[in-house]
Design a protein around this ligand. Structure first.
Ligand SMILES: [Zn+2]
Length: 308
């Protein structure tokens, strides 16, 4: 274990075991684990949705004085943090936990079961949730376990959820193309619509009943890339058609488009800039949506396990 962590943990009476430390501070169950690149630790306490917000707010404020430490996640049974493996951050983890548990003691109950908020008199077992470990009612552990299993079954993708998800994704792609055409009516600016394209695709995938699954990410990329090309074609057709109408030319739109690229430097430059920005916008936005989907998946899958 990281020496800086174990020294300060032992000084306040926390148990150090292998890479783990745990015990109580100000009546709150705290625990953590040292990894090579970081130490992850947390406070286990029963939190309603309101309390989750307040506790995160307090943590953010307090963390301004603790460089190298940040909030990792929070849910109904606690909050977790990540500290850099540097000596400065490591040595101050326990100090942070002391101050933090002191600050939240006015509105949360430290001694209560983190799964229900009621006092723990009997039927207590030890469980782990992600990086945290804590004591809770055995009955609460069983109940949460059943809820998690039920939720998993509900979240499992089926053929119909794929079909609905893909239909939603295509609808999202069409929305993106339409937005592209509309925006191009005011000039070369397809890229603005491209930022929203992956968002439309994912949003409608979920809205129509698709599940949060790897297929969502794959579909989002395929639909976004295909619709990116379609949106360029549609978007530029709009621009050319408007120019044709304005100048009263009756040539074919495609021929006129090629003619413009060949002869008009300004047109060519505007086109190049828009295509480059569109590529960047699509890739950037799709990458962002991928990260978002993956972190959401990870957050919802922190499963409770029984230790003893
Ligand atoms: Zn309980």
């Amino acid at each position: 274990m990281n020496d800086f962590v174990s020294k300060s943990a032992q000084a306040v009476g926390l148990t150090c075991n292998g890479d783990e430390f745990y015990g109580t501070l100000n009546g709150y169950q705290v625990s953590g684990r040292c990894y090579r690149m970081s130490t992850q630790f947390g406070v286990s306490v029963y939190l309603t949705l309101d309390l989750q917000m307040s506790i995160q707010f307090i943590a953010m404020n307090l963390l301004e004085g603790f460089p190298g430490i940040r909030v990792l996640s929070e849910n109904g049974n606690g909050i977790a943090f990540r500290a850099a493996a540097s000596p400065e951050a490591s040595a101050r983890i326990v100090l942070f936990l002391q101050q933090f548990t002191g600050m939240i003691s006015s509105f949360t109950k430290g001694e209560a079961c983190p799964l229900c908020g009621e006092p723990m008199d009997e039927g207590v077992c030890e469980v782990s949730s992600g990086v945290r470990r804590f004591k809770a009612h055995e009955a609460c552990f069983e109940r949460v376990g059943q809820e998690q299993t039920a939720k998993k079954t509900e979240e499992a993708p089926s053929v119909s959820s794929y079909v609905r998800g893909i239909a939603g994704a295509l609808l999202g792609g069409l929305t993106g193309i339409a937005a592209c055409a509309l925006i191009n009516m005011i000039g070369f600016a397809s890229w603005i619509a491209m930022i929203f394209m992956p968002f439309f695709v994912m949003f409608l995938w979920e809205k129509l009943g698709g599940k949060n699954h790897v297929a969502k990410i794959v579909t989002m990329w395929i639909v976004s890339v295909v619709c990116f090309f379609a949106a360029l074609v549609v978007g530029y057709t709009v621009i050319v058609a408007m120019a044709l109408a304005q100048e009263g030319i009756t040539d074919s739109a495609f021929e006129y488009f090629v003619f413009m690229i060949r002869t008009q430097e300004q047109f060519r430059n505007a086109l190049l800039l828009d295509v480059s920005l569109s590529v960047a916008a699509t890739l950037g936005s799709a990458a962002f949506m991928t990260v978002r989907a993956v972190t959401k998946e990870r957050r919802t899958s922190s499963v409770l396990k029984k230790i003893s």
